[in-house]
Design a protein around this ligand. Structure first.
Ligand code: HEM
Length: 425
């Protein structure tokens, strides 16, 4: 074993320092970002699932909201878009009224369906098959460049690098500037008001979003003079429902950001999460070494276990009832995927990481219904290739310190995963 690296201390709320059973039920507030940063949210959700599965939060920094914590209730909400709207936002925190993005993840039909149709071909099975050799080649060169014998941050060297290269490919974005995509993705939702993150202030977020808009506007004007091609910008330019989107800056910016964030944080944190999960479960790592054919199943288990997006929010369109609770028109309803994925009534031994788990694809991490993740097959393919290429090179990607987790009630991920790689003998 290599020498351990210490993680910085997490600033905990009073709640995160307590045991959930010592807090009155109506005061449990799962919007608290320090619960996720410290990985202490699990027993809070276990208590809600058992005692108050559709839980009303009267007061929180994000206003009042309902928490839906059981698998089947979450699936019900996600599938009933006519009752539970994705407008005006899918984050717990409201967007500022004078700076509201418009895009299809936070739209109901018909706008949702039209805009999703305009870009979904980029991740159609035929194109994924074409992308596969390129992803593999890029992964190989990232892995071959890792510093054997040194401790390094897996998040930066592998997870961010691969997902950013993929995004640059999907947008045909200038390769040398690709880390701008990572930055914009991180900044877009990283304010205290939106997700409890403290990475940037609202003013800084707006300034960087303006840079993002200016950059893509320039790319749009360059590309509209060229023949249609198979990248997301060209598809927006030539899509019937999106060809005028350039004249609606908040819609253009919102759609770009959806595609950037959709394909970035999520896959990134699944790549990092796999390393953490296998190190915490050495017997599963042994199973993988003995049988690499388990990789596709393991990928689904990683995505369930990690749940890279903790929640999606809806807003009730009408008065309705859920698990015996009366929800009023206009109420915020939060689907906690991170909790539903650990629901023992639906998932056997849900807290365990089991790479050959039967029915591993039956999880909530990609959502359900009309908003079900557009990039789910791309994400699975990237993760499969990552692990196939890792197993060809390394006997062990060793976690050598505590992972540093992101402070957010939305993105469930890591900023640092210190590792050492041990090549196959
Ligand atoms: C492990 C990786 C990923 C996870 C966990 C994930 C998760 C999600 C979730 C939870 C939703 C909302 C589902 C709902 O409301 O029912 C979503 C939507 C979406 N995702 Fe992903 N995602 C991942 C990867 C990707 C990738 C690689 C792309 C790139 C194309 C992508 C693009 C999108 C888009 C465009 C939407 C909006 C779909 C709609 O509203 O119709 N995602 N994703």
């Amino acid at each position: 074993m290599s020498e351990a690296v210490a993680a910085p201390a997490v600033e905990l709320s009073k709640q995160a320092r307590s045991r959930p059973e010592d807090i009155p039920l109506d005061q449990i507030d799962v919007s608290d970002p320090s619960l996720y940063e410290s990985d202490r949210h699990w027993p809070f959700f276990a208590r809600l699932r058992a005692e108050d599965p559709v839980h009303y939060q009267k007061e929180s920094p994000f206003g009042p909201f309902w928490s839906v914590t059981r698998f089947n209730d979450i699936q019900y909400v996600d599938k009933h878009h006519e009752i539970f709207s994705s407008e005006p936002t899918v984050l717990l925190g409201d967007q500022p009224e004078d700076f509201t993005f418009v895009n299809f993840i936070q739209s109901d039909p018909p706008l949702h369906d039209e805009q999703r149709r305009a870009v979904q071909d980029v991740v159609a099975p035929r194109n994924l098959a074409e992308l596969e050799p390129l992803i593999r080649e890029r992964m190989q060169s990232i892995l071959d460049g890792l510093p054997v014998g040194e401790t390094f941050n897996w998040v930066d060297r592998v997870s961010i690098e691969l997902t950013t290269q993929m995004l640059a490919t999907l947008f045909d974005f200038p390769f040398e500037d690709r880390r701008l995509l990572t930055r914009w993705s991180d900044v877009a939702i990283a304010t205290p008001e939106l997700t409890g993150s403290e990475a940037v202030t609202e003013d800084q977020r707006r300034a960087e979003m303006a840079d993002c808009l200016a950059y893509f506007t320039r790319l749009w004007h360059e590309r509209e003079k060229q023949e249609p091609s198979f990248d997301l910008i060209s598809m927006l330019i030539h899509g019937e429902s999106t060809k005028d989107i350039i004249n609606k800056p908040m819609e253009f910016l919102g759609t770009l950001l959806l595609l950037i964030i959709g394909g970035n944080d999520t896959t990134r944190n699944s790549i990092s999460g796999g390393v953490v999960a296998l190190n915490q479960n050495p017997a599963e790592y042994d199973k993988l070494r003995a049988n690499p054919a388990l990789i596709p199943n393991m990928v689904s288990e990683i995505i369930r276990w990690q749940t890279p997006l903790s929640h999606m929010r809806r807003t009730a369109k009408v008065d309705t009832e859920l698990a015996g609770k009366h929800i009023r028109k206009g109420d915020k309803v939060v689907m906690w995927y991170v909790s539903g994925n650990r629901d023992p009534d639906v998932i056997d031994r849900p807290d365990e990481f089991i790479i050959d788990r039967p029915h591993a694809r039956h999880h909530l991490s990609f959502g359900f219904g009309i908003h079900r993740c557009m990039g789910n097959r791309l994400a699975e393919m990237q993760l499969r290739i990552v692990w196939e290429e890792i197993q060809k090179r390394f006997a062990f990607v060793e976690l050598v310190g505590e992972p540093v987790r992101v402070r957010s009630n939305f993105v469930r991920g890591y900023s640092e995963v210190p590792v050492r790689v041990h090549p196959l003998q």
